[in-house]
Ligand binder design. Structure first.
Ligand code: FAD
Length: 283
């Protein structure tokens, strides 16, 4: 709550009776309390990324879709090679490759970024029931059971996901079909928390991955072997919403030179703080 106060975000602290009154479709145990943020919303990630690319192209950015190969050697990097044989020259290179970073830089990041399997389910809501749609149902996070989700947006279903870190996976080869265990965990959770959805059908599922660092904080630092190569990632399951401010911060850092420039690398984002055993401190 202190962070929200400091940020000037509007919120209300709600006791169980008030939560039950406002959200009868959710089961709240005695002693539970909640934070309601009336100005919160939802970001549509796929559309947002496409809009950023379109806007960047409009102002003259060249966008190409290529797989960069890991640079070798050290010092000042003049170009990177791509898997299709192109050579891309630049003054500065930023590798922001999410859960693929440890595959591109296995010696440096192989044991510092842990891609974990995460499964997401969309439950069909009962016909004619508006309790699980906007504006009756807000986006929610259950910090006791570590599940979160969203109302039935765009008639896609009621989203439910387990925020516990799943097994460590390779993002290129992990199976993308929902697992029996995750289905059972999600169903058990909604049966208790959203009793009206106990028998709701799963209408869609997605399997993706978090790109966790040891403490859950970002990695934003120079590559130790290259003067002009930056590593940006480690969103640890919460990277998307930070995109706009992170982009501004990284752009300023890169342009002003980081350690040698006027804007310094934030110590908690440094490579040195990324350990090889997970000890999640940021949620
Ligand atoms: C189930 C789930 C729920 C989430 N919920 C939230 C949420 O509610 N809020 C939130 O803020 N965040 C959330 N996240 C996390 C968020 O999606 C990530 O933190 C964010 O997408 C990371 O952005 P990124 O740009 O660092 O990496 P990515 O989005 O992973 O992008 C990396 C890109 O690099 C590309 N790439 C890989 N290898 C190469 C290569 N060799 N050369 C060039 N390109 C390459 C990939 O194709 C990919 O496009 C969630 C993630 C999951 C899986």
């Amino acid at each position: 709550m202190k962070m929200m106060q400091d940020a000037g975000a509007k919120f209300e602290k709600l006791e169980p009776d008030e939560m039950r009154r406002r959200f009868p479709q959710i089961f709240f145990e005695d002693g539970a309390w909640g934070i309601f943020e009336p100005e919160s919303g939802v970001l549509m990630a796929r559309r947002a990324v496409q809009a950023v690319v379109a806007q960047a192209q409009k102002i003259g950015v060249s966008y190409i879709s290529e797989a960069a190969l890991a640079p070798s050697g050290g010092g000042r990097l003049s170009a990177v090679k791509t898997a299709s044989g192109q050579t891309l020259s630049a003054n500065t290179f930023v590798f922001a490759c999410g859960p693929w970073l440890p595959k591109i830089f296995p010696n440096l990041l192989g044991d510092r970024i842990f891609p974990s399997r995460q499964e997401v389910f969309f439950f069909g809501v009962p016909a004619g029931n508006a309790q699980f749609s906007m504006p009756t149902m807000p986006t929610w996070i259950d910090s006791k059971d570590e599940f979160y989700g969203m109302p039935d947006l765009e008639s896609r279903g009621f989203k439910v996901a387990d925020d516990h870190h799943g097994p460590i996976v390779d993002p290129d080869t992990q199976p993308r079909m929902a697992s029996v265990q995750a289905i059972a965990a999600a169903r058990s959770f909604i049966s208790e928390r959203f009793p009206a959805l106990k028998n709701a059908p799963i209408v869609e599922s997605r399997v993706c991955q978090y790109e966790n660092t040891s403490n859950g904080d970002f990695l934003i630092d120079r590559h130790p072997d290259f003067d002009n190569v930056w590593l940006v990632g480690g969103g640890s399951g919460h990277g998307f919403k930070h995109g706009p401010s992170l982009g501004e911060y990284v752009a300023a850092l890169v342009l002003q030179g980081g350690a040698s420039g006027s804007l310094k690398i934030e110590p908690r984002f440094s490579l040195a703080t990324k350990q090889s055993t997970q000890n999640r401190a940021v949620h």
